[in-house]
Design a protein. Structure first.
Length: 484
């Protein structure tokens, strides 16, 4: 029994580490690509690439037809259907990709983008088919608990993408060179993953089952709705900004948002590791789950609040350091606004996982739908009037609306949620770091960041021990995160 448990635990740990490592390297390589484009091609080309990737990302959601979650769930229950989901899933996403390409072409014409920008978007859209095939393969790897294959393919190829971009741009390559590199990388990823599926997981019969496809499409409709709403929520602001202003403004907003990606990844890693505990805690009642949610919120704020304070003080210097151009210093005020989304996201992430662990996915869908509509309405008003600053304010305002919705819904189920208690200790520690930055923040940027981090860590340690009532009680305070 213990040996079986040990093997299972190792499998879970290996799969979680594989997915996390793959995601981190993929996001990091994209961030490196962004930074290289800004340094070699300038703000306008960076804005073009950001706009193209954002629009194509939304098209990818339509092209995958919401199949990923369905395939993971159904193939995990019955692995004999793995081959059917591979063949018929690829058939579905091929058809959905063709429809998405037609819709994307119509969207580009309606928006009236310049010929060069439209060409970049439409060329990048060729990534849809290999991306959707890769999505089907990765869903099957997850279903059969062979997620290490995802890491085997994605990590080296994404590192190669970053290295290739560095060499090609240094040798004088342009925006179309970058687009070609992205297409090549995704095509190779899809080819390798498909080969691994066929050789290591299943050898499917090459037969399309129309009845199977019909049932799958009917089942996947709710998942597609959630995915589409989430993607639209994230895309609307960029599209509105490109319509009311310019690609350069899109570049400044994207530059600020990209700096927040590491924090988002850390948030995702924390909730991914704690979500199974939250699901089991729900069996003891929603009140118990709510208490755990407050601890998770505190942990996320420990990560996020120093980032908010640090970027608020050092916005201009960090933008210039990362992107290498004084043009990006103009985005400092945008970064100082957008960074507050990190603070609000800590609450929506923790409370959102609470709702999912408590079998309240329909509530989650309604929250996402309201946020999407709010983003559109608020975005049209603010971006049309204030441009880039309006876009930054839209992002924060919409996230704030999400916090209010999550608070109301969780409070209805389990009583009032304490939003202030989880932030008390990290807020005081961040304040200490802020004082340090005011006094000593004019020194070398790298030294300043490292020293500020040490000040925060020391202040957090002292305050945690003090609030817990002594060193012996610190473990008791946080034991609720992992105890059953």
């Amino acid at each position: 029994m213990s040996n079986t448990f040990s093997i299972s635990l190792r499998t879970i740990a290996r799969n979680a580490a594989s997915v996390l490592a793959s995601d981190v390297v993929t996001r990091a390589s994209t961030f490196v690509l962004y930074a290289l484009v800004t340094r070699h091609l300038g703000l306008f080309r960076f804005g073009q690439l950001s706009l193209a990737l954002t629009v194509v990302y939304t098209a990818q959601i339509f092209a995958t037809a919401g199949l990923k979650t369905l395939i993971i769930r159904e193939a995990a229950k019955d692995r004999s259907k793995t081959g059917q989901y591979l063949v018929n899933g690829i058939a579905i996403v091929t058809g959905a990709t063709l429809i998405s390409l037609v819709l994307l072409l119509g969207f580009v014409r309606i928006m009236g983008y310049g010929a060069d920008t439209a060409r970049v978007i439409l060329l990048l859209a060729l990534i849809l088919l290999p991306y959707t095939i890769s999505t089907i393969c990765e869903a099957l790897f997850q279903a059969v608990e062979q997620m290490h294959f995802i890491a085997y393919v994605n990590i080296p190829l994404n590192l190669a993408k970053a290295g290739g971009a560095f060499v090609l741009l240094r040798e004088g390559g342009g925006i179309y060179t970058v687009v070609g590199l992205l297409l090549l990388t995704q095509g190779v990823i899809a080819a390798f993953e498909l080969a691994l599926i066929v050789s290591r997981v299943t050898r499917p019969a090459l037969r399309i089952d129309l009845g199977f496809i019909h049932r799958a499409l009917r089942q996947t409709a709710p998942f597609l709705a959630i995915d589409v709403l989430i993607s639209l929520w994230g895309t609307i602001t960029i599209v509105l900004l490109s319509s009311f202003r310019s690609e350069s403004d899109v570049g400044l907003l994207s530059a600020s948002s990209q700096l927040l990606t590491p924090v988002v990844l850390l948030y995702q890693s924390v909730v991914l590791s704690l979500f199974p505990v939250m699901c089991r805690r729900y069996e003891a009642g929603f009140e118990s789950l709510k208490r755990l949610s407050e601890r998770v919120t505190e942990l996320l704020l420990v990560i996020g609040l120093p980032i908010v304070v640090g970027l608020s003080f050092l916005a201009e210097r960090i933008l210039v350091l990362v992107y290498g151009g004084q043009d990006f210093a103009l985005g400092a005020i945008v970064l100082r606004i957008v960074v507050w989304e990190v603070f609000l996201r800590a609450y929506t992430t923790a409370l959102g996982q609470t709702l999912l662990a408590g079998d309240r996915e329909r509530i989650t869908l309604s929250i996402v739908a309201i946020n999407t509509m709010a983003n559109l309405v608020v975005g049209v008003i603010l971006i049309s009037q204030f441009g880039l600053i309006g876009a930054a304010l839209t992002i924060v305002a919409t996230r704030g609306i999400g916090v209010v919705q999550h608070y109301i819904q969780v409070s209805r189920i389990a009583g009032s949620v304490n939003l202030l208690a989880p932030m008390r200790t990290p807020a005081l520690a961040s304040l200490c770091m802020g004082v340090f930055l005011v006094v000593f923040g004019h020194h070398n940027i790298v030294v300043t960041i490292a020293t500020a981090a040490l000040v925060y860590a020391a202040a957090l340690g002292v305050l945690t021990v003090w609030s817990a009532g002594g060193v012996r009680h610190v473990r008791t305070h946080y034991r609720y995160l992992w105890s059953e």
